[in-house]
Design a protein around this ligand. Structure first.
Ligand code: GLC
Length: 417
């Protein structure tokens, strides 16, 4: 009926294995200083032990909402979020993610929000989760390499965001807030998990964006490496993937992320639906990742019809049923590709799974998308067979915020040592 073949989105068992193998190869190329799609950025942090203590401020910046948290680390693997606040980067007046805003405006806005959150008389050590690719030479430095996730704010690429934040804090008179660590959200997720559990090898985000980090043990001390795995290329592209890539802000980049993350899954479904229903639906709004979750949990096709209508699509029964099948195909592919990349990391770290490994995951896909976790686990078993019993994936909700506090504790400990 439609010129969309959902079979094109199926990732077969042998392809899973090939992707994992290719992923391992990219890790090893990068470690050997060769050109690779994986940036492999050192975090200058080791996994937590669980005995770190103190109260820390966490700034979690990486999507269109920013979070501020006050986190208490109590030792013995116990940590509690004492206070939190959430604010958007797209306000009525200004969109701080757009190219008509600049670093001064963006960091000024963040500092003003921090000022509302903190008590003026108290001293705070701040961990800053900055969920973008950056390079660093120490734990409280982060030079943004390139924006991803369609961010475009001017004057941040190539700059050290810790300097930008410190200057903005000073301008607000906040000398009592001291940024001590900056880290990627995958690293934060791994840190939050390693604070509470043993054997955590991988931290990953399967949400608006997609990325993973892992513990590299080849040097004297274990170090967490941010892979920026969203930029890996499976080379298994449908015509829809190619179209999406061409219409994105950065064509050719973040190809895995464009197949895995919730943000782009919504865009893919929109692109396909617009093409399939071309004549009647030209003014339709786009679907989001959340819409796909709603389609998959809808009790009947009529519920899908209502949701699609809210997005500007007038669909009949068979079109609604197609939309559900399309959502399922995109979501399954996402989970299977993410699983293959995790196995690529394990192929590098412990090919035969001699040890146990925990994979800590944060993000809306893993947390809420119907069928996601099951599809991911199934793919791990397809690759590793029974040995996959050694792998456990776990949800690390709020990991990117809590991990910033753990990083601040680790950086302070190191400073005091
Ligand atoms: C994008 C960013 C990456 C981040 C991920 C999840 O891929 O480049 O740094 O970890 O999104 O937020």
């Amino acid at each position: 009926m439609y010129d969309v073949n959902l079979a094109d989105f199926v990732v077969r068992r042998e392809q899973l294995w090939q992707i994992a193998e290719k992923f391992r190869g990219e890790i090893e190329k990068s470690l050997n200083g060769k050109e690779s799609s994986l940036k492999m950025l050192s975090s200058y942090l080791s996994p937590a032990i669980g005995n770190e203590q103190g109260s820390f401020l966490a700034l979690d910046f990486g999507g269109t909402n920013v979070r501020l948290l006050e986190v208490l680390l109590q030792g013995q693997g116990r940590l509690t979020v004492q206070r939190k606040s959430l604010f958007p980067l797209r306000t009525e007046g200004v969109d701080y993610t757009a190219e008509n805003t600049d670093s001064l405006q963006l960091f000024g806005y963040l500092a003003a929000k921090i000022r509302e959150f903190v008590e003026p008389e108290r001293h705070y050590r701040l961990g800053h989760t900055f969920s973008f690719p950056f390079s660093q030479s120490k734990a409280n430095e982060a030079v943004l390499l390139v924006w991803t996730k369609e961010f475009k704010t001017c004057g941040v690429e190539g700059k050290n965001v810790t300097d930008l934040l410190s200057q903005a804090l000073m301008a607000q008179g906040l000398s009592n807030v001291e940024p001590v660590a900056v880290l990627n959200d995958t690293v934060a997720t791994l840190l939050a998990a390693s604070y509470q559990y043993r054997h955590v090898t991988i931290g990953a985000i399967c949400g608006t964006g997609h990325n993973s980090c892992y513990v590299e043990r080849c040097g004297r001390e274990p170090v967490i490496m941010n892979l920026e795995s969203g930029n890996f290329s499976t080379e298994l592209f449908t015509v829809w993937d190619q179209k999406l890539d061409q219409s994105s802000v950065y064509p050719g980049q973040q190809r895995l992320e464009k197949q895995v993350s919730a943000g782009y899954l919504g865009n893919l479904a929109t692109l396909i639906a617009r093409s399939v229903y071309a004549e009647t639906q030209s003014n339709s709004a786009g679907f989001t990742g959340q819409d796909l979750a709603d389609f998959l949990s809808a009790k009947s096709w009529k519920a899908v019809r209502k949701l699609a209508e809210e997005r500007g699509f007038q669909l009949n029964r068979s079109e609604c049923e197609f939309l559900i099948r399309l959502s399922r195909a995109l979501v399954f592919r996402s989970a299977r590709l993410a699983a293959a990349s995790f196995c690529g990391i394990l192929f590098h770290c412990d090919r035969d799974l001699q040890e146990r490994h925990r994979i800590a995951v944060d993000g809306s896909l893993y947390e809420k998308m119907p069928g996601y976790r099951a599809a991911l686990t199934e793919a791990l078993y397809e690759i590793y067979g029974e040995k996959a019993d050694q792998i456990q994936t776990l949800l690390m909700k709020d990991g990117s915020g809590m991990g910033a506090a753990v990083a601040a504790a680790l950086a302070s400990k190191r400073h005091l040592a």
